[in-house]
Design a protein around this ligand. Structure first.
Ligand SMILES: [Zn+2]
Length: 256
Protein backbone atom coordinates (compact mmCIF):
# COMPACT_ATOMS: atom_id res chain seq x y z
CA UNK A 1 0.00 0.00 0.00
CA UNK A 2 1.19 3.49 -0.75
CA UNK A 3 1.59 6.27 1.76
CA UNK A 4 1.82 9.91 0.72
CA UNK A 5 3.98 12.71 2.11
CA UNK A 6 3.98 16.33 1.02
CA UNK A 7 6.69 18.89 0.40
CA UNK A 8 6.10 22.59 -0.28
CA UNK A 9 8.87 24.11 -2.41
CA UNK A 10 10.27 27.63 -2.79
CA UNK A 11 9.20 28.80 0.65
CA UNK A 12 10.63 32.28 1.24
CA UNK A 13 9.48 35.75 2.37
CA UNK A 14 8.53 36.47 -1.26
CA UNK A 15 5.89 34.05 -2.45
CA UNK A 16 2.27 33.56 -3.44
CA UNK A 17 0.93 34.08 0.07
CA UNK A 18 -2.69 33.58 -0.90
CA UNK A 19 -1.94 30.02 -2.05
CA UNK A 20 0.36 29.37 0.89
CA UNK A 21 -2.29 30.38 3.46
CA UNK A 22 -4.88 28.30 1.62
CA UNK A 23 -2.63 25.21 1.76
CA UNK A 24 -1.73 25.88 5.39
CA UNK A 25 -5.42 25.82 6.35
CA UNK A 26 -6.00 22.64 4.33
CA UNK A 27 -3.09 20.81 6.02
CA UNK A 28 -4.19 22.02 9.45
CA UNK A 29 -7.77 20.92 8.82
CA UNK A 30 -6.55 17.40 8.00
CA UNK A 31 -3.87 17.41 10.69
CA UNK A 32 -1.15 16.63 8.11
CA UNK A 33 2.37 17.96 8.58
CA UNK A 34 4.36 18.53 5.40
CA UNK A 35 7.97 19.44 4.73
CA UNK A 36 8.71 23.11 4.06
CA UNK A 37 11.64 23.62 1.66
CA UNK A 38 12.82 27.03 2.87
CA UNK A 39 15.24 29.15 0.83
CA UNK A 40 17.67 30.71 3.35
CA UNK A 41 18.48 33.88 1.35
CA UNK A 42 16.25 34.11 -1.71
CA UNK A 43 17.98 35.95 -4.59
CA UNK A 44 16.11 34.31 -7.47
CA UNK A 45 14.74 37.14 -9.68
CA UNK A 46 11.74 34.99 -10.67
CA UNK A 47 10.76 34.35 -7.06
CA UNK A 48 11.43 37.91 -5.89
CA UNK A 49 8.53 39.03 -8.10
CA UNK A 50 6.11 37.68 -5.47
CA UNK A 51 5.01 39.92 -2.57
CA UNK A 52 7.22 39.94 0.54
CA UNK A 53 5.99 39.23 4.06
CA UNK A 54 7.95 40.73 6.99
CA UNK A 55 6.48 38.12 9.37
CA UNK A 56 7.93 35.23 7.35
CA UNK A 57 10.11 33.69 10.06
CA UNK A 58 7.35 34.04 12.67
CA UNK A 59 5.02 32.03 10.42
CA UNK A 60 7.67 29.39 9.72
CA UNK A 61 8.51 28.98 13.39
CA UNK A 62 4.85 28.66 14.37
CA UNK A 63 4.50 25.81 11.84
CA UNK A 64 7.75 24.18 13.00
CA UNK A 65 6.50 24.17 16.60
CA UNK A 66 3.26 22.55 15.46
CA UNK A 67 5.17 19.61 13.91
CA UNK A 68 5.91 20.70 10.34
CA UNK A 69 9.45 19.85 9.18
CA UNK A 70 11.88 22.49 7.90
CA UNK A 71 14.38 21.72 5.12
CA UNK A 72 17.08 23.86 3.56
CA UNK A 73 16.24 24.57 -0.09
CA UNK A 74 19.59 25.55 -1.64
CA UNK A 75 21.20 28.77 -0.47
CA UNK A 76 20.01 31.70 -2.63
CA UNK A 77 18.08 29.71 -5.26
CA UNK A 78 20.26 31.47 -7.79
CA UNK A 79 21.30 29.26 -10.72
CA UNK A 80 25.00 29.36 -11.56
CA UNK A 81 25.58 26.41 -13.92
CA UNK A 82 23.80 24.45 -16.63
CA UNK A 83 24.65 21.16 -14.95
CA UNK A 84 21.91 18.60 -14.32
CA UNK A 85 23.96 16.85 -11.62
CA UNK A 86 23.42 13.22 -10.60
CA UNK A 87 19.70 13.09 -11.42
CA UNK A 88 19.94 15.17 -14.60
CA UNK A 89 16.29 16.22 -14.52
CA UNK A 90 16.80 19.96 -15.17
CA UNK A 91 19.91 21.43 -16.79
CA UNK A 92 20.49 24.22 -14.29
CA UNK A 93 21.98 24.31 -10.83
CA UNK A 94 23.03 26.38 -7.86
CA UNK A 95 25.49 23.62 -6.91
CA UNK A 96 26.31 20.91 -9.48
CA UNK A 97 29.51 21.60 -11.38
CA UNK A 98 30.92 24.03 -8.79
CA UNK A 99 34.06 23.14 -6.83
CA UNK A 100 33.83 21.67 -3.34
CA UNK A 101 34.88 24.86 -1.52
CA UNK A 102 32.26 27.03 -3.22
CA UNK A 103 29.55 24.48 -2.55
CA UNK A 104 30.68 24.08 1.03
CA UNK A 105 30.49 27.84 1.55
CA UNK A 106 26.97 28.01 0.08
CA UNK A 107 25.64 25.08 2.12
CA UNK A 108 27.19 26.32 5.38
CA UNK A 109 26.04 29.93 4.86
CA UNK A 110 22.48 28.79 4.16
CA UNK A 111 22.47 26.49 7.16
CA UNK A 112 23.70 29.28 9.42
CA UNK A 113 20.82 31.54 8.34
CA UNK A 114 18.23 28.85 9.07
CA UNK A 115 19.85 28.09 12.41
CA UNK A 116 19.71 31.75 13.44
CA UNK A 117 16.17 32.36 12.22
CA UNK A 118 14.51 29.05 12.92
CA UNK A 119 16.01 25.58 13.30
CA UNK A 120 19.16 23.62 12.41
CA UNK A 121 18.01 21.78 9.24
CA UNK A 122 18.77 18.07 8.71
CA UNK A 123 17.15 17.75 5.27
CA UNK A 124 18.41 19.32 2.05
CA UNK A 125 16.34 20.02 -1.05
CA UNK A 126 18.39 21.02 -4.12
CA UNK A 127 16.87 23.65 -6.46
CA UNK A 128 15.89 21.94 -9.74
CA UNK A 129 16.93 18.53 -8.28
CA UNK A 130 20.49 19.36 -9.34
CA UNK A 131 23.39 18.33 -7.11
CA UNK A 132 26.59 16.33 -7.54
CA UNK A 133 29.02 14.26 -5.44
CA UNK A 134 30.61 17.41 -4.00
CA UNK A 135 27.19 18.60 -2.82
CA UNK A 136 26.57 15.30 -1.01
CA UNK A 137 30.03 15.39 0.56
CA UNK A 138 29.58 18.88 1.91
CA UNK A 139 26.04 18.08 3.13
CA UNK A 140 27.35 15.16 5.20
CA UNK A 141 30.17 17.34 6.57
CA UNK A 142 27.71 20.07 7.53
CA UNK A 143 25.51 17.80 9.61
CA UNK A 144 22.75 16.98 7.13
CA UNK A 145 21.21 13.49 7.39
CA UNK A 146 18.74 13.49 4.50
CA UNK A 147 18.15 14.64 0.95
CA UNK A 148 14.57 14.88 -0.26
CA UNK A 149 15.22 13.58 -3.75
CA UNK A 150 15.91 10.48 -5.83
CA UNK A 151 13.98 8.14 -8.07
CA UNK A 152 12.78 5.25 -5.90
CA UNK A 153 9.77 4.01 -3.94
CA UNK A 154 11.36 3.71 -0.50
CA UNK A 155 14.08 5.64 1.37
CA UNK A 156 17.63 4.36 0.92
CA UNK A 157 21.12 5.26 2.10
CA UNK A 158 23.81 6.42 -0.31
CA UNK A 159 27.01 8.47 0.15
CA UNK A 160 26.42 8.96 3.86
CA UNK A 161 22.90 10.36 3.52
CA UNK A 162 19.40 8.91 3.65
CA UNK A 163 17.54 9.75 0.45
CA UNK A 164 13.80 10.34 0.77
CA UNK A 165 12.67 9.77 -2.83
CA UNK A 166 10.61 12.38 -4.60
CA UNK A 167 8.88 11.24 -7.77
CA UNK A 168 5.68 13.24 -8.25
CA UNK A 169 5.00 16.95 -8.71
CA UNK A 170 1.23 16.72 -8.48
CA UNK A 171 -1.11 14.42 -6.55
CA UNK A 172 -1.15 10.98 -8.15
CA UNK A 173 -2.26 7.62 -6.86
CA UNK A 174 0.24 4.80 -6.83
CA UNK A 175 -0.01 1.16 -5.77
CA UNK A 176 2.93 1.04 -3.36
CA UNK A 177 5.76 3.05 -1.87
CA UNK A 178 6.40 5.99 0.39
CA UNK A 179 5.61 8.75 -2.06
CA UNK A 180 6.72 12.35 -1.62
CA UNK A 181 4.68 14.76 -3.70
CA UNK A 182 6.36 18.14 -4.16
CA UNK A 183 4.00 21.09 -4.59
CA UNK A 184 4.92 24.59 -5.76
CA UNK A 185 2.45 26.93 -4.01
CA UNK A 186 3.68 29.89 -6.12
CA UNK A 187 2.39 28.51 -9.38
CA UNK A 188 -0.64 26.44 -8.35
CA UNK A 189 -3.87 27.44 -10.11
CA UNK A 190 -7.32 27.33 -8.52
CA UNK A 191 -7.88 23.97 -10.29
CA UNK A 192 -4.57 22.60 -8.90
CA UNK A 193 -5.60 23.59 -5.37
CA UNK A 194 -9.04 22.01 -5.73
CA UNK A 195 -7.66 18.78 -7.16
CA UNK A 196 -5.12 18.64 -4.31
CA UNK A 197 -7.92 19.13 -1.77
CA UNK A 198 -9.88 16.27 -3.39
CA UNK A 199 -6.79 14.04 -3.26
CA UNK A 200 -6.27 14.69 0.46
CA UNK A 201 -9.94 14.08 1.23
CA UNK A 202 -10.06 10.82 -0.76
CA UNK A 203 -6.77 9.44 0.62
CA UNK A 204 -6.94 10.64 4.20
CA UNK A 205 -5.93 7.30 5.74
CA UNK A 206 -2.80 7.14 3.53
CA UNK A 207 -1.39 10.56 4.35
CA UNK A 208 1.60 10.69 6.65
CA UNK A 209 3.54 13.37 8.50
CA UNK A 210 6.93 14.01 6.94
CA UNK A 211 8.67 13.12 10.23
CA UNK A 212 7.33 9.54 9.83
CA UNK A 213 9.13 9.27 6.49
CA UNK A 214 12.36 10.47 8.12
CA UNK A 215 12.15 7.72 10.76
CA UNK A 216 11.40 4.90 8.30
CA UNK A 217 14.96 4.01 7.25
CA UNK A 218 16.36 3.97 10.78
CA UNK A 219 13.54 1.77 12.06
CA UNK A 220 13.59 -0.79 9.22
CA UNK A 221 15.42 -4.10 9.62
CA UNK A 222 17.82 -5.61 7.09
CA UNK A 223 15.10 -7.86 5.59
CA UNK A 224 12.78 -4.95 4.86
CA UNK A 225 15.64 -2.89 3.49
CA UNK A 226 16.64 -5.70 1.12
CA UNK A 227 13.15 -6.07 -0.38
CA UNK A 228 12.64 -2.36 -0.69
CA UNK A 229 16.07 -2.13 -2.37
CA UNK A 230 14.83 -4.60 -5.01
CA UNK A 231 11.58 -2.67 -5.44
CA UNK A 232 13.59 0.54 -5.83
CA UNK A 233 15.80 -0.95 -8.57
CA UNK A 234 12.82 -2.16 -10.62
CA UNK A 235 10.98 1.12 -10.16
CA UNK A 236 14.05 3.15 -11.15
CA UNK A 237 14.32 1.36 -14.51
CA UNK A 238 10.60 1.81 -15.24
CA UNK A 239 10.68 5.49 -14.23
CA UNK A 240 13.66 6.38 -16.41
CA UNK A 241 12.23 4.57 -19.44
CA UNK A 242 9.00 6.53 -18.98
CA UNK A 243 10.93 9.76 -18.33
CA UNK A 244 13.07 9.35 -21.45
CA UNK A 245 9.98 8.58 -23.49
CA UNK A 246 8.27 11.68 -22.12
CA UNK A 247 11.25 14.00 -22.66
CA UNK A 248 11.59 12.84 -26.24
CA UNK A 249 8.13 14.24 -26.89
CA UNK A 250 8.08 17.30 -24.69
CA UNK A 251 10.46 19.34 -22.61
CA UNK A 252 10.15 18.46 -18.95
CA UNK A 253 8.51 21.14 -16.90
CA UNK A 254 9.22 19.71 -13.48
CA UNK A 255 11.20 22.12 -11.38
CA UNK A 256 11.88 22.62 -7.74
ZN1 LIG B 1 13.06 25.71 -5.86
Amino acid sequence: MAKYFFRLDDISPNMNWENFYWLRELFKRHDAKPLLAVIPDNQDPELLKYPGNPDFWGIINELYHSGWVIAQHGYQHFYKTRDGGILNINLRSEFAGLDFQTQNYQIAAGKQILKEKSVDPKIFVAPSHSFDKNTLKTLAQNGFHYVSDGIALYPFKKRGLVWLPQIFWRPRKFAAGLITIALHPNTMSREDLTSFQNFIEKNKSKIGDFSELMRWHKKSGIFKKFFTFLANQVFKIVWWVFFKFKTQNAKVKSTS
